[in-house]
Structure formats: structure tokens, C-alpha cells
Design a binder for this molecule. Sequence first.
Ligand code: PMT
Length: 221
Amino acid sequence: FYKKDLKAKTVLVSAGPTVEPIDPVRFISNHSSGKMGYAIAGAAEKRGANVILVSGPVSLDPPVGVTRVSVGSCDQMYDAMLESLDQADIIIKVAAVGDFKPVSVQAHKIKKSGTQGAVTLELTQNKDILKAIGLKKRKNQYLVGFAAETRDLETYAVGKMEKKQLDMIVANIVGKSGSGFKADTNKVKLFTRDGQVTDLPLMTKEKVAHAILDAVVQAVV
Ligand code: PMT
């Protein structure tokens, strides 16, 4: 049994990777499986929230009772998040959004013939969805970001919290076994804008999800 401490709250979660097409058969993406974001969406639903899950392509089924909006690229995720932003009380951005996309998408499959060894793919920066939400959000909306880092976890995470005007950042150690992309467990440290630090042990993504929601509930409910 779960305490219904998110009853009457709308939680907007983003999860999974984004995919940026190169041509009709190729794309740029990353290793996000969606497990962490789906665990948060499922945990929030069990605690009584109305949950909207904006998800990049993953092989997971949406948690029972959760409304899923499926997207591909960063631009699509941006539009879907902004569309639901008004109704959200809590926004948790777990998605691994691609920072770059090809400058142009080729209409036809790029052929090997005619290229001599090296091929150049010109990239441009994607929109920063979290930063845009940080600028637009109302005072009574609580915004949580994630930071996937391989080193200097605290410095980078706290820097992102300030730059993107977040209320909380979940600093996630990646590149170590049992934590981060694809794993069933995760090792995170929470930092809030008002200076609270919570170092959580390595545990299942479901337990991490509930611990993050505990911290959010403490701040907002
Ligand atoms: O999906 P899993 O396999 O379970 O893996 C989980 C995870 C490792 C993907 C997850 O726990 C995690 O750390 N997610 C954040 C990954 C990430 O992209 O981190 P970042 O440091 O590059 O981005 C910081 C924040 O800005 C994130 O909240 C991200 O959603 C957001 N962002 C980043 C770039 C961009 N263009 N727009 C964004 O909104």
C-alpha cells in the first residue's frame, strides 16, 4: 500500500531518449532505456497523482493508469512538454535529450558511393527543454531536473540547477555498473535549491523513484 500523498496533483514526467533523424533509415540517439522515468511515473501514479508521461522511443509499456505521449525528436518532446506544462504541479525531466541534431534531414538514404572514406555530418544544437520550462514555469510549479555525469557530479549538477532555474536536481552517476543508463538500479544524490542534500544508496530504480517523490512531497505538499 502506498500513501496517497500526491492526490490531486498532476505530475508531468519525461523519459527515455530522443532520436534525431539523419536520413530515412538513420538517427542519432543515446542509451536511455526509459526505466528511471517510467519508475517515477509509476510511483507517482501509485501515490495518487494524475501522471502525464512524455516518452521517447523505449521498449517499456506505460505504467497502469499513466497517460503516455510518445515522441521522437527533441523538438517533438519540447512541444509535448510545453503543451502539458500549464496543468502540471510537478515536472520531472528524466529524459536523456540529445543536445545536437543534424542541420538538415536528407530526404533519401545517404549512399556510400561517391564518398571517399570520411563523411562529415553537420550538427546544430537542440533546444534546451528544461531551461525553457525553468523560464516559463509559475511559482507554484515544482521543477526537477536530472544531471547525468561521469565526474565532478556535485559541481555540474548544482551548476545545472542554477542555470536552468530548477527547484531540485537529481545528480546521477553514469558510466559505473549498476547505475545510470539501462541498469535496474541507480545511484543518485539530490540537491534542492534551498540547500538540502540527500545522498541515496545504490538501490532499485523503483526505490529511487519513491525517494525522489518523498523529497518532492516534503517540499510542495
Ligand atoms: O532511461 P534509463 O536507462 O533508466 O537511464 C536513466 C538516465 C541515466 C537517462 C536518467 O537517470 C538521467 O540521468 N537523465 C538525464 C540525462 C541527461 O540528459 O542529462 P543531462 O545532464 O544531459 O541533462 C540535464 C537535464 O536537462 C535533464 O533533466 C535533461 O532532461 C534536460 N535537457 C537536456 C538537454 C536538452 N536539450 N533539453 C533538456 O531538457
